[in-house]
Design a protein around this ligand. Structure first.
Ligand SMILES: [Zn+2]
Length: 61
């Protein structure tokens, strides 16, 4: 099954349920800042989640 990542707009085979990163509120905050239309219950791919996770780590937000 294919999903469309709502952040990078690519078709992906697997997706990260937001449940996986639910504990990481600061990541959600960053995504919402860059993508106001982003929805927690919709598909987001690993790459995008990793991108924001890294961003947070590097900047120690
Ligand atoms: Zn993506």
């Amino acid at each position: 099954m294919k999903y469309r990542c709502q952040i990078c707009d690519r078709d992906i085979d697997d997706f990260v349920s937001i449940a996986h990163i639910k504990a990481e509120e600061y990541i959600l905050k960053l995504i919402r800042r860059d993508h106001p239309e982003w929805k927690e219950d919709k598909e987001t791919c690993h790459k995008c989640v990793d991108y924001y996770r890294k961003l947070v780590k590097e900047n120690e937000i």
